[in-house]
Design a protein around this ligand. Structure first.
Ligand SMILES: [Zn+2]
Length: 203
């Protein structure tokens, strides 16, 4: 199971990671993990363009390598890029040297100071080494659950709207599994937030 809202205990245990931004500003930070891939990413870019929204994309190195045109399109459209490892490694199951090498390999393509661990799973020593390298490690406070095939698109939309507030960092995925939910929820959530007076920022 997973929580839509990140449990506060995690935020207390890992205070040096970025869980959200300024709670005093009516701004939301949309993030997309695991792309870029042809089946989903162009549609997301298009939706964001329609509403004039910029977002942050935590890309997987091997997907950038396979789809460099999509990666260029993200940058051309003014979106922010984050490193999400080269092979989507789980930090809990990977020794530090291998993990850091994989991130460095991705970094040759991403050239960014933002990093998000796949599955939200890294160890204290991995985080410490990455922070020494000046990475801002970006987690989230709202998980859309768009990857969960048991979740209806309508419920996914209700989840993100219910839990998102000032300064929230919201996770969606540009992945095959997320398609039914992300394509339904994203435009509707953006319309809801725009009507409610929110603006959108990049990390
Ligand atoms: Zn991921």
């Amino acid at each position: 199971m997973y929580a839509v809202n990140t449990p506060l205990i995690l935020q207390w245990l890992y205070p040096t990671l970025t869980w959200h931004r300024n709670r005093a500003e009516k701004r939301i930070f949309l993030t997309f993990d695991d792309g870029p891939i042809p089946d989903v990413t162009p549609g997301i870019i298009n939706t964001l363009k329609i509403y004039g929204v910029k977002a942050s994309f935590f890309c997987v190195g091997e997907n950038i390598k396979k789809h460099p045109d999509l990666f260029d399109s993200l940058i051309e459209n003014g979106h922010r890029i984050g490193n999400h490892t080269y092979n989507h490694l789980n930090g809990w199951k990977t020794v530090d040297e291998t993990y850091l090498e994989n991130i460095a390999r991705c970094q040759q393509l991403t050239q960014t100071n933002l990093f998000r661990p796949p599955y939200g799973r890294g160890t204290r020593s991995q985080y410490a080494r990455l922070q020494q390298e000046k990475y801002n490690i970006v987690m989230w406070d709202v998980l859309s659950g768009d990857f969960d095939s048991r979740l209806t698109p309508e419920k996914c939309l209700r989840n993100v709207i219910k839990h998102t507030r000032n300064g929230s960092i919201v996770v969606f995925h540009d992945s095959i599994r997320a398609i039914p939910r992300v394509t339904y929820a994203l435009p509707r959530a953006i319309e809801h937030w725009l009507k409610a007076g929110y603006t959108f920022g990049v990390l």
